[in-house]
Write a protein that binds this ligand. Sequence first.
Ligand code: SER
Length: 585
Amino acid sequence: MNIKDTYINFFENKDHKHIPSAGVIPENDPTSLFTTAGMQPLVPYLLGQPHPEGTKLVDVQKCFRTNDLEEIGDTTHHTFFEMLGNWSLGDYFKKESINWSFELLTKGFGIPVERLAVTVFEGEGNIPRDEESANIWKSLGIKEERISYLGKDDNFWIAGTSGPCGPDTEIFYWRSEDPIPQKHDPEDDRWVEIWNNVFMQYYMHEDGTITELSQKNVDTGMGVERITAVLEGKDDNYKTSIWIDVINKIEKLTGKSYNDENYTKAMRIIADHIRAIVMISGDDAKIKPSNTDQGYILRRLIRRTIRYAKKLDIDINTNWDKEIALMIIDKYKNYYNELERNKDTILEVLQTEKTKFNRTLEKGLREFEKITNNLKEDTINKNLAFKLYDTYGFPIELTEELAQEQNLKVDIEGFKQKFKEHQEKSRTASAGKFKGGLASDGIIETKYHTATHLLNAALKEVVNKDVHQMGSNITAERMRFDFSCDHKLTDEEKQQTEDLVNKWIEEGLEVTNEIMSKEEALNSGAECMFIEKYPDEVTVYSIGNISKELCGGPHVKNTKELGHFKIKKEEASSAGVRRIKAILE
Ligand code: SER
């Protein structure tokens, strides 16, 4: 059975529209590096903006989580993963959602009802106990003792600390040969969670207060890797149909066996990481390895893959990585066409980064050995760690991992300090932030954020007062701004826009903010992209008296902090939408 097809077809038959996955690099969301859950790209629609495809959607979303990079290598964790989801945007609610989940699991997937248990929200604060969901489950034949009522930590879902949220009901599967207990015990990990149905009807504000959303939504999430392992009866994800051909390929390339425990972990890491590398570099955001943000994660993934390939005695200069990548592109291109389109880019990224790292890796590993042999204490100091980074291209996490293998510590704080000093000294144009384990102050992004507001205001003045922001994306290197406009900007328009932004920067306009009700904000003429996206109480940022926008911030205090603004490119983005790429220098 193809699980993704079965899921999507099932919901298409229930009048859901199949929408393509959004990028694994979020569009228009400078606050997160990666898409980490299916709901993330749908937030504006959960908050009330009409979705062009309607109110019932189904998808499989590309997701990536970096928080447990070090855990990769066990049987269940992955960096990149896929999430199946069905969505009600103010359409159906608990009854249909639970009924359909039950129908798909028991009929579509053929899971016997005896192997299922569920949890529901027990109620807390103003939010009542979810008897409604419990009753629906009972009506479907789930026994009372297979329903556990749990609190906020388990059965209330929110991404981060604020945003759309709600109580959920989670579905568990008895994954063991042992006799199935009558009663569900949430502490017993032989019950594994396979599906989460979130009833998104609330909005959690930054200060912790909760208000009702304008519509009641359903957001469900089913991890493809987990459900596949469950349905195929495997206790190791890498033995499922998702991975087995990739693992076999690695076995063939190395002449080693996955079942030899000296090699199991390395093979899992290589398989997981190459899939993630394919997905990140194959995304239309076109991320390249770098020392900042997503590019840094991509670099770490590639370098880590190469190190583990060495453990398997792979000749790094052969096409081993390309062969695995091509296999993965082939497996996933049906759902993610961009992989086929961006195939050359993916292979080029792998090749270039490999060549770069391979040149110094051997020397770096020898240097590491020398360092550890001469070590008088149990810590690699900041200077040594920095040398490994600067001279041999070792991401600090790699040094840390190598050190851990020998029970050594690394002075990470000292390294960060040194890294910062080095950056300040070298003052590269893009002296960006260093995310992914290292502290980031985000000062550059903050500046770009303010520049976005200035550009928005300038375009209205120079081009047309009806210009509206359609999207934006900020990295440490540049800003990108999409706006509605029916023509290619003339050179004159571009120059005038740039000049106006620079004039405002030089004027040293103060950036201020105030909190007010959404209505007040709109009445005051403040700009905003998706009004539905905002809670009832909003922050309005003003820059002098030239710009006023609903915005979450952060911003600089005064425009003179921005330096010089320069438009690098103006191009079409989509019909009626133009895109400007600009930098601050
Ligand atoms: N948002 C929920 C999750 O990520 C369900 O999709 O688990």
